[in-house]
Design a protein around this ligand. Structure first.
Ligand code: C2E
Ligand code: CA
Ligand code: CA
Length: 508
């Protein structure tokens, strides 16, 4: 994968990762905001419930104290006693006494024949509760009555929700599913839903409910009151998601670059010495005997598959890795065939040189080292040079002359496919000319280039070069070439390139 692709993929994965991380963290922080807020609301609803219990408790305590009166009922002293208790008890506004024949209240008023309100519930220990009774005194809020025996205490209903509450919050005090008091109860809060479905949040509000003894304190907060803290949470989550995004990008870059480029694969193939040499027999046309072979490199991948040189030689040449491959081929030839060549001096191996080596002459030292024990003689090594190596013709002439002087044979490969001029051909120290398969293919056809092969052959003869025809696939081609005086042929008619062992067997 190319560098740009890796960077782009990593960037996209990073951005995606960041977005997902931001979404997750903001969802998490949103959930946290909501649950934090709910715990806070729970404190308020608990507090409101305590206030209800406290108010009712004060009423009960007052009645217990009143019951201790053993003097005359509704006497001025009795009224004064009731008034004292009213004043000393914060939650209650009035005390009423309803005896069998006398009725009075803490303010000394005649209660008259006001009928007692309906009882809504029992508070235990004989105490009863009447909610929203008609107030005796005009103009005050509906009252809550706590009663036992002849005494009733009046608690202003608003006392039941008398808690300090942030003004964005709503409070409702329920008694047996009926709202009896509250703060901002009229706001659009779906109170009934909350009680019936026990919901702690819906699209519009977050709730907290505290329930005890038939009472419930419900605190509601509109969702719109939350976002200010939500935004802060999101801001706080930002660095985390940024880091997560970067980590994902780095990870993606690493993963994608591990899916390696062809070049890095080829590099590691060179390091791991994954190349072997196959040998394609070269046949003497007049005797039909094998006189040698061309060494053709094969890349055996770790999975056992074989890659043909056409697939990797161009990349190897562009990247300079070809020099290491040449070295491995030379070493391979010596390792594979040293004994065979020592035993058969008439046999040769042709090795392909790359353009860079032809120019620099570097290969000479490599081959000399490989042949150091003298089992293979120099004449047994043919060096194939293609026209691509002749771009710097002076350099090519220099290194090939040096090779020839050492006894190596030099062949010009793929002849006729490049721009090779006859002048070059005359200057180069060549022993052998290899006719490219493209020309051999024209034999027996009426193609215009079919006459070219006769010219090439004639020219080679003039220059005193031996000829190898490449890619011979048919007897007809072989017969034609033989008739034309071509010395050698190489092609599938005889054999494909063989592993060393098979080539040795082929030799017989
Ligand atoms: P080349 O030097 O022209 O090698 C001959 C190619 O023709 C070989 O392909 C061979 O298998 C193929 N060939 C031989 N006879 C026939 C035939 O009858 N029919 C057909 N269709 N093909 C035939 P290969 O082995 O795939 O090599 C391809 C090219 O790779 C070579 O062309 C050569 O340019 C390069 N190469 C191979 N080994 C080396 C090496 O060790 N070093 C360098 N620098 N290049 C190499
Ligand atoms: Ca060749
Ligand atoms: Ca060739």
């Amino acid at each position: 994968m190319g560098r740009f692709k890796i960077v782009a993929t990593a960037a996209v994965s990073g951005l995606l990762g960041m977005a997902v991380a931001a979404a997750l963290t903001s969802y998490a922080s949103w959930s946290r905001v909501v649950s934090d807020e709910q715990s806070l609301l729970k404190i308020f609803s608990e507090r409101a419930m305590k206030n209800v219990e406290n108010s009712l408790g004060q009423g009960r305590a007052a009645i217990s104290s009143l019951a201790q009166w053993d003097g005359e009922f509704c006497s001025p002293e009795h009224v004064a006693f009731m008034r004292r208790i009213t004043i000393n008890t914060r939650a209650i506004e009035e005390v009423r006494f309803t005896g069998n024949d006398t009725q009075c209240n803490s303010w000394g008023d005649e209660v008259g024949n006001n009928k007692e309100p309906e009882v809504d519930g029992a508070l235990g220990d004989g105490f009863e509760l009447a909610l929203r009774a008609e107030p005796h005194i005009q103009g005050i809020d509906p009252i809550t009555l706590v009663r036992r025996g002849p005494y009733s205490v009046i608690i202003n209903t608003s006392r039941l929700s008398d808690v300090i509450l942030n003004e964005q919050l709503n409070l409702a005090i329920f008694y047996q599913n009926r709202i009896v008091s509250g703060l901002r109860v009229q706001d659009a809060v779906p109170w009934a839903d909350v009680m019936s479905r026990q919901r702690e949040r819906d699209d519009s509000h977050v709730y907290a409910v505290t329930k005890r003894n038939g009472w419930a304190a419900v605190v509601a907060e509109p969702i719109t009151a939350l976002p200010s803290s939500f935004k802060q949470e999101l801001l706080r989550a930002l660095p985390t998601s940024l880091i997560i995004g970067l980590l994902i990008a780095a990870l993606a870059a690493k993963l994608f670059s591990q899916r390696r480029s062809p070049l890095s694969e080829l590099k590691s193939a060179v390091q791991q010495r994954e190349f072997v040499v196959h040998y394609q027999p070269i046949i003497a046309l007049n005797s039909g005997e094998c006189v040698g072979a061309e060494a053709l490199v094969r890349w055996i991948r770790p999975d056992g598959s074989m890659v043909s040189p056409d697939k990797f030689i161009p990349l190897a040449e562009d990247s300079g890795l070809i020099l290491d491959i040449t070295d491995q081929v030379i070493k391979g030839v010596v390792d594979d065939l040293e004994q065979v060549l020592a035993n058969n001096r008439g046999l040769h191996i042709a090795i392909n040189l790359c353009a860079e080596d032809i120019k620099s002459g570097r290969f000479i030292a490599v081959i000399e080292t490989a042949l150091h024990n003298g089992l293979i003689s120099h004449e047994q090594i043919w060096l194939e040079a293609t026209e691509r190596g002749f771009i710097d013709i002076d350099a090519a002439v220099g290194s090939l002359q040096k090779a020839k002087a050492l006894g190596f044979h030099v062949a010009i490969d793929d002849f006729g496919t490049g721009y090779s001029s006859l002048q070059h051909l005359q200057r180069l120290p060549i022993d052998v000319l290899k006719i490219d398969k493209a020309f051999v293919d024209t034999i027996g056809t009426s193609s215009a280039s079919s006459s070219v092969i006769t010219h090439i052959i004639a020219m080679a003869k003039t220059l005193n070069l031996q000829i190898v025809a490449e890619g011979v696939e048919t007897e007809a081609q072989a017969n034609y070439l033989k008739a034309q005086g071509v010395e050698y042929a190489q092609g599938w008619l005889y054999s494909k390139a063989l592993p060393a062992k098979d080539f040795v067997n082929f030799l017989g």
